[in-house]
Ligand binder design. Structure first.
Ligand code: ADP
Ligand code: MG
Length: 145
């Protein structure tokens, strides 16, 4: 079975710390990686992603032409796709050509990735964020191996 994960847990006390963690985590990412961001609305998925984007130089922002759910960043030879499926109906996930992002050899971070049933892939990370107190978040990072 290949469904075992290397797992690390972090606690952050401020949004800045969550962004900092995303910035550090970015160093682990390589071409073809897909990051599933899980957690309730307001848990910090976007905040974490902003740190990742910062690490990649925070440049070349483009809103994807194909649909409004993807923000695209260019970082010297690789693209970073920030995909938010929150407003997407479950049935339309595979109608939007999302596989062109996921399997493009770039890096995709996906909020509400639980709507992406069937996107199994060996280069997958799970980042699960839990609201443990007012401004405290538990952040579990797992790598599929
Ligand atoms: P999501 O994308 O999961 O809906 P956001 O990142 O947009 O969540 O929002 C997270 C909210 O929680 C922000 O308002 C942020 O200021 C707040 N917050 C408070 N403490 C933290 C923390 N430790 N980490 C991340 N966000 C936090
Ligand atoms: Mg968000």
């Amino acid at each position: 079975g290949t469904n075992t994960f290397k797992e690390k847990v972090f606690f952050t006390k401020t949004p800045q710390k969550t962004s900092d963690l995303g910035e550090k985590f970015a160093a682990e990412l390589k071409s073809g990686d897909i990051v599933f961001l899980k957690g309730d609305l307001g848990s910090g998925k976007t905040t974490f992603t902003q740190g990742v984007v910062k690490a990649f130089g925070n440049k070349g922002f483009a809103r994807s032409s194909s649909f409004m759910l993807v923000n695209e960043y260019n970082a010297d030879g690789i693209k970073l796709f920030h995909i938010d499926l929150y407003r997407l109906k479950l049935s339309s996930v595979w109608d939007i050509g999302i596989e062109e992002y996921l399997y493009s050899g770039n890096i995709s971070l996906i909020e509400w990735a639980d709507r992406l049933v069937g996107a199994e892939n060996d280069n997958r990370w799970n980042v699960e964020i839990e609201n443990t107190a007012d401004t405290e978040r538990k952040i579990k990072i797992e790598k599929k191996k």
